[in-house]
Design a protein around this ligand. Structure first.
Ligand code: DX5
Ligand code: ZN
Length: 229
């Protein structure tokens, strides 16, 4: 399954801020409200100090009838075994952190071979250099703008420059790879992040944490069209 191609900017609500007791219903509601992608955060209490959900829950969402792209963000180590499990569970894209595996190139290759889009996730302190020899294997790059592990943290402002530096590097390399940003993304900063070069916006609390999902998504789209929050 591909990311929707008709939109320049894509909104990916993170399930971490959804209601886990009624996840299918809540994810359906956010998609009906206009979200593009379901961002599925997987935490193992090892790579990050928190525990969330695994492939069975991804499969349960598919069985419930969720048709939208499911973007699996692995915050786990080891990475490899879970790739196949999430492919079978219906993932559309899978990303992981380079620090979490010894064989980054192989894991990226495996994700694509299995028919999913492949992404690398860079922590706030991780240098862009890790991308140098794997650009050809990437369908997207996810820049963390908080330290991974929890929803509702404050955006780290230095990441705005990291987005523009990465965008320039990708252009210089002749690579057309979308930049996603995850952590502390709000209606107030999303316009600047788009101007810096990001195209996919993960947002947990700023969407699922709001009482009216359609209003929250409309506010994001307005900000992405240049409106000031
Ligand atoms: C953090 C997760 C994020 C998180 C974002 O480790 O990867 O996807 O849910 O939540 P907000 O948007 O609330 O920072
Ligand atoms: Zn995430």
């Amino acid at each position: 399954m591909n990311f929707p191609a008709d939109r320049r900017f894509l909104l990916a609500p993170s399930i971490l801020s959804a209601d886990f007791a009624r996840l299918g219903e809540d994810v359906s509601a956010v998609l009906a409200a206009g979200a593009d992608i379901v961002h599925f955060d997987v935490m193992d209490n090892h790579y990050v100090p928190n525990l969330s959900v695994g492939p069975m829950v991804c499969q349960a969402l598919r069985r419930y009838g969720i048709k939208a792209p499911v973007d699996v963000h692995l915050m786990v180590t080891p990475v490899d075994r879970l790739i196949e499990d999430f492919v079978e569970a219906g993932a559309s894209s899978i990303s992981f952190h380079p620090e979490a595996t010894v064989h980054v190139d192989r894991a990226l290759h495996r994700i694509r071979e299995a028919g999913c889009k492949a992404g690398l996730v860079l922590n706030p302190s991780t240098s862009l250099e890790v991308l140098e020899w794997v650009g050809h294997r990437l369908d997207f790059i996810l820049l963390m703008s908080v330290n991974p592990g929890f929803a509702g943290q404050r955006f780290i402002p230095q990441i705005e420059k990291k987005i523009s530096t990465l965008a320039s590097w990708l252009t210089a390399q002749g690579l057309s790879v979308p930049i996603a940003v995850d952590g502390g993304v709000t209606v107030s900063n999303v316009g600047r992040l788009a101007a810096a070069g990001a195209e996919i916006f993960v947002a947990g609390s700023a969407i699922f944490g709001q009482p009216d999902y359609a209003a929250a998504i409309a506010a994001f789209r307005w900000a992405l069209m240049g409106g000031q929050a």
